[in-house]
Design a protein around this ligand. Structure first.
Ligand code: SF4
Length: 445
C-alpha cells in the first residue's frame, strides 16, 4: 500500500524555538514545564536537575553545581553568542575539539565537530590526540568517559557542571558497594569461580554511569555496555558468571535479557533502599539478572497508549523506540535500538515513511528537519527534553571557549587515577567483547 505523505517541507530543528512558541502562545503544542523557556543559568543557584524530564527525580547530595556564569554571557543576544562561539573556535583551531551529543540542543550542536552518542564521541576525541581541550556538550558521565580515554595532558571540559544524568545518579557507588556486600552474604565468595569456572555474579554497567561505577565493575571482573552492544556484553558475562548484576538502567537490562530468553521471574529488581534489594535469598539464588532500580526519565515518558494512538492515526506508521523505554513499550514497537540505530534506520529508508520515534525530542526534531521526505515525530506529544542536556546553552559554550582563548581552562572534568585505572579495564573488556556473527541491532525486540 502506498502511503500518502505531504511534500517535503522546511522543519525547524530547534526545540528551544518550539518551547518559546508554546510559552508565547503562538503554538498549540504542550510542554512539560514552561520554565524551559527561561535561560538555564536561572537554575544554577537552585538544587535539582532543572525543568524537563528529570525535574521530579531526586538529585544526590554532592552532585556537581555550576557557579555563576559571567554576566557578559548571560546578558548578550543569541546572535552575539553565536558569533563569539564561531570566532573563538576559529582562533583555537585544532587546539580544541567540540563534541555534541545527539540529545543536545540545536543551537549548541551546530558548533560541534562531531555529533553522536556518548561512546562514539569519546572515540571521536581519540582521533585528536594533539588537541589541548575536548569540550563535551553532553552530560557529566560522558565527559568522564572522554577523560578516561583521552591523553592525560588533554583537558576535558563540560560547559555546564550541572549537566549531570539523573539515571547515572541512581547508581550511587556507596549503595553499589553495600549491594555487593549483601550479595556476598547470599552467594558466598564473589571472586572464586565454581567447578564450572563460573563466578557467582558479574557486574555489568551501562555506559550511562559514573566513572566510580565503571571502576567498581572493573575491580570485580565486570564490564561496561552501551545500548548498541548490550546483548553482546551480556553474552560475555554469562560465559563467565552464573548471574549478572546490571545497572543503572533496569529497562535496558530487562529488555536485553528478555530478548535473550531470560524469563522475567529470573530478573528480580534491586532496590538499594531495602534489605536484599527488596528480594529474598532464594529469589536472588534463582536469578539470572539482578536489575538495579534505575531508569531514564526521558524514556520512561513513552507509553503503549502513545503507540496505539500513532497507529490509530496511521496504520502504516513505523514505530522505533530506544531500549531505555519500559518493556511494554519496546514490545509494542516495531523496532528498538540505540540512538545511532534510529538515525541509521531512518537514513536507510528511501520510500517516504511515517516514523514515530521514542527517544529524546532534540534528536527527533533534528531528524525530522534532516529528512523532510519522511514524516518523523516524537511519540510523546509533550515537548519535554532531557533536563540536564538542556542545561548546556550557547552562553556556557561561548564562556568555556573564550576562556580557552585567554589561556584559562574552566569546568575541567578529571577522573582520579584510583578510579580511572579499573574503569579503563572495564571499558577495554567491552571493546574486546565480540558479537556472535548472527547478532546485529536491534537486539531488544
Ligand atoms: S536522556 Fe536519560 S540517560 Fe540520557 S542523559 Fe538524559 S537522563 Fe541521562
Amino acid at each position: 500500500m502506498t502511503v500518502h505523505i505531504a511534500p517535503p517541507r522546511v522543519i525547524d530543528p530547534s526545540v528551544d524555538h518550539s518551547i518559546q512558541a508554546i510559552v508565547a502562545g503562538t503554538s498549540t503544542d504542550e510542554t512539560c514545564n514552561t520554565d524551559l523557556a527561561a535561560a538555564p543559568w536561572t537554575f544554577d543557584t537552585r538544587p535539582g536537575y532543572g525543568p524537563g524530564s528529570s525535574m521530579g527525580d531526586v538529585i544526590p547530595t554532592g552532585a556537581p553545581r555550576q557557579g555563576e556564569l559571567p554576566a557578559e554571557y548571560r546578558e548578550t543576544s543569541d546572535a552575539d553568542l553565536e558569533a563569539r562561539i564561531v570566532a573563538a573556535k576559529a582562533t583555537l583551531g585544532d587546539r580544541v575539539v567540540v563534541l555534541g551529543h545527539f540529545y543536545q540542543r540545536e543551537e549548541v550542536v551546530r558548533h560541534a565537530d562531531y555529533v553522536g552518542d556518548s561512546f562514539q564521541l569519546a572515540n571521536a576525541a581519540l582521533e585528536h590526540p594533539d588537541a589541548e581541550a575536548i569540550v563535551f556538550c553532553g552530560v557529566h558521565f560522558m565527559a568522564e568517559t572522554a577523560d578516561l580515554l583521552s591523553r592525560p595532558e588533554q583537558a576535558v571540559i563540560l560547559p555546564n557542571l550541572a549537566a549531570g544524568c539523573s539515571m547515572a545518579d541512581m547508581a550511587d557507588i556507596d549503595q553499589v558497594e553495600e549491594c555487593w556486600e549483601q550479595l556476598e552474604d547470599v552467594y558466598g565468595d564473589l571472586d572464586t569461580p565454581d567447578s564450572d569456572g563460573l563466578l557467582p555474579i558479574i557486574p555489568v554497567t551501562y555506559m550511562n554511569s559514573s566513572a566510580a561505577i565503571k571502576g567498581f565493575v572493573g575491580r570485580h571482573h565486570g564490564i561496561v555496555c552501551t545500548s548498541s552492544n548490550a546483548r553482546t556484553v551480556l553474552e560475555w558475562a554469562f560465559a563467565r558468571g552464573r548471574r549478572v548484576l546490571f545497572f543503572p538502567d533496569q529497562h535496558l537490562g530487562r529488555n536485553t535479557a528478555k530478548a535473550m530468553g531470560v524469563p522475567l521471574e529470573h530478573m528480580p529488581m534491586w532496590n538499594p533502599r531495602k534489605a536484599l534489594g527488596g528480594s529474598d535469598a532464594q529469589t536472588l539464588t534463582d536469578a539470572r539478572v539482578v536489575l538495579w532500580h534505575g531508569f531514564c526519565s526521558v524514556h520512561r515518558r513513552f507509553s503503549v497508549d502513545q503507540i496505539d494512538k500513532a497507529r490509530a492515526e496511521n496504520p502504516d506508521v513505523r514505530v522505533i523506540v530506544h531500549p531505555e523505554c519500559p518493556m511494554e513499550v519496546v514490545d509494542a514497537a516495531d523496532e528498538a535500538g540505540s540512538t545511532d540505530y534510529i538515525r541509521r534506520a531512518i537514513a536507510a529508508t528511501e520510500e517516504p515513511t511515517s516514523f514515530a520515534i521514542g527517544t529524546e525530542i532534540n534528536l527527533v526534531q533534528r531528524l525530522a528537519a534532516a529528512h523532510p521526505q519522511h514524516e518523523i515525530f516524537c511519540l510523546d506529544p509533550v515537548v519535554c527534553p532531557c533536563s540536564t542536556m538542556y542545561r548546556i546553552h550557547p552562553g556556557y559554550l561561548a564562556w568555556v571557549l573564550e576562556s580557552l582563548v585567554s589561556g584559562d581552562v574552566v569546568n575541567r572534568i578529571t577522573v582520579p587515577s584510583g578510579v580511572a585505572d579499573p574503569a579503563r579495564v572495564a571499558l577495554e573488556r567491552m571493546l574486546a567483547a565480540k558479537p556472535p556473527a548472527s547478532v546485529t541491532e536491534p537486539q531488544t525486540s
